[in-house]
Design a protein around this ligand. Structure first.
Ligand code: FDA
Length: 506
């Protein structure tokens, strides 16, 4: 991007009264780096070697967002859009392709308007989940909540675009299942709502993955009732591998089949001394006496006592789940960050006890790694597998997330950590869903394959078939409808990235 192009781009932006933007070349580099990195959640993609945007634009209104798209399209820059910056593979702010790009960053578009009487909210796509939870709880006098993920700094733009699973999902579905309407800006800058857009496109933007279609400016969300007091617990067990494997083996029956009001996940890691640890995290939408009675009956092996259970408001459980200190901290966008790589799987038949023992033993070799089993079942079992792009509904017991994280760059360690995670994933292959081996698009994983846009972004049948590698893993039978939606809304493939849905444009 040379200075003449910058002048043209600036004059386009300024003519639309867009003044919040910063160039890589002419801003003081520390200011530019600060604005670029503040929401980068995976530090693996914040290194000097990662390609950086020529410009970052921070629109303040729907009008400015619309014109940021049009001005970038007039320039030679490719568009990246960023909401909360939590993409596992950095797709909202960097690229492995060699083309110059600009970021439209939605941080300032974070208004949340709650209407308690209709139990709905209009939420700008730059709002974080923490901002949504906070506003919904305050404005509804703690009678309403919203089913979405646990980390407070996740952006609603990327999260809801990929589904959005959380503690309320067994009762109320994914975040995307609760989208009633959308204000969406297409690649030609047209502002469309549900009634103005193609049915396939409204379907695709609710779970077909961010960064493929255009930009969601705002979501209209259905809010859900939450009781005054709910029950929360977090139980840590460590010790010999075999009894822990027994516990997790039983969890596979219990977690996915508890009443819809119950969420019970497990996180497993290995310890250096050759033992293992398992943390059970639970939320029950009701009083602790009922939670205790259900758990004692269904899962006596957990040996829970009533004092392990704590009653609190729903909003306080979001504080616990996000590991922040207070309800007001839910609105704080600055969180701790680290370097990480993650992968995911779905489990349809319980893993044998031997398989689980093998998994925990594997984990004892690398204590920077852990796995999380999140229960499905509940209403997720009863929502159709084609209703939205997210297909992992009936028949799935739980999702596995594999994570390895570290806090500083050390020579050769990144490759070692990632290689370890890939080996572990290979070990787990025989226990999880197959043909295809499924994955969750919000746990983005470029190991599954990438588009090859190095020689331009026009897309052919071969590109569409190649993208099935990951398209089928994330979306199963819904992949072809996503290609249709993409071809309708973005035939020129303006919104593309390493794993965007390719159009059938030739
Ligand atoms: P980011 O801004 O990086 O965007 C992600 C993708 O969406 C990019 O391709 C981007 O271009 C695109 N995009 C962003 N805004 C858009 C918009 N307005 N319109 C169109 N496209 C847009 N998931 C989950 O389901 N449950 C959970 O509990 C968690 N927990 C969790 C914890 C932590 C620490 C991390 C890092 C991630 C999670 N996730 C998760 C995964 C998370 O849902 C996923 O990474 C989301 O895509 C993040 O959305 P952001 O807007 O923050 O990311």
């Amino acid at each position: 991007q040379d200075s003449t192009s910058n002048i043209l781009l600036s004059s386009c932006l300024l003519s639309k009264n867009i003044q919040n933007f910063t160039y890589r070349s002419n801003s003081s580099s520390s200011e530019y780096i600060k604005l670029l990195t503040f929401s980068i959640q995976n530090l693996r993609y914040s290194l000097p070697s990662n390609p950086k945007p020529a410009i970052i634009i921070f629109p303040l209104s729907e009008y400015q967002l619309q014109h940021a798209i049009l001005c970038l399209r007039q320039s030679s820059l490719t568009i990246r859009v960023r909401s909360g910056g939590h993409s596992y593979e950095g797709l909202s702010y960097t690229t492995s392709y060699n083309y110059p790009f600009g970021i439209i960053d939605l941080t300032n578009l974070n208004r949340v308007q709650v209407d308690p009487s209709s139990a709905t909210a209009w939420v700008e796509a730059g709002a974080t989940l923490g901002e949504i939870y906070y506003n919904v709880a305050v404005e509804s006098n703690q009678t309403l909540g919203f089913p979405a993920g646990s980390c407070a700094t996740i952006g609603s733009g990327g999260h809801i675009s990929g589904g959005g699973y959380g503690f309320l999902s067994r009762k109320y579905g994914l975040a995307a299942d609760n989208v009633l309407d959308v204000t969406f800006i297409d690649p030609n800058g047209r502002v469309l709502n549900r009634s103005q857009m193609d049915e396939d496109v409204f379907w695709a933007v609710r779970g077909g993955g961010g960064g493929s279609w255009g930009i969601v400016y705002a979501w209209k969300l259905r809010l859900v009732p939450v009781p005054n007091q709910v029950t929360w617990f977090n139980i840590y067990k460590s010790g010999l591998i075999e009894p822990l494997a027994d516990l997790v083996h039983k969890w596979q029956d219990v977690g996915p089949s508890l009443p819809d009001e119950f969420f019970l996940s497990t996180a497993i890691s290995g310890l250096w001394d050759g033992n293992g640890s398992v943390t059970f995290t639970g939320l029950y939408l009701g009083p602790k006496e009922s939670a205790f009675s259900i758990l004692s009956k269904r899962y006596p092996e957990l040996q829970i006592s009533e004092s392990d259970l704590e009653e609190m408001s729903w909003i306080e459980t979001t504080v616990k789940a996000a590991w922040v200190n207070s309800v007001s901290d839910l609105r704080n966008r600055g969180t701790s960050k680290n370097f990480f790589k993650a992968k995911s799987d779905y489990v349809k038949t319980p893993i044998s006890k031997e398989g689980l023992i093998g998994a925990i033993k594997f984990l004892t070799k690398e204590t920077s790694a852990y796995i999380i089993f999140k229960p499905y079942g509940g209403v997720l079992e009863r929502i159709g597998g084609t209703d939205l792009p997210f297909p992992h509904r009936a028949g799935n017991l739980y999702n596995i997330q594999y994570v390895i994280d570290w806090t500083k760059v050390e020579e050769g360690m990144t490759d070692k950590y990632i290689a370890w995670l890939r080996d572990f994933y290979a070990y787990m292959g025989s226990f999880v869903s197959k043909n295809p081996r499924a994955a969750y698009v919000n746990y983005l994983d470029l190991d599954l394959g990438t588009n090859n846009w190095t020689a331009g972004t026009s897309s052919t049948v071969d590109d569409v078939n190649h993208a099935r590698l990951w398209g089928n893993a994330y979306f199963l039978w819904n992949y072809d409808r996503l290609v249709r939606a993409k071809t309708k809304i973005d035939p020129e493939n303006v919104f593309n990235n390493e794993q965007s849905i390719p159009p059938l444009s030739k």
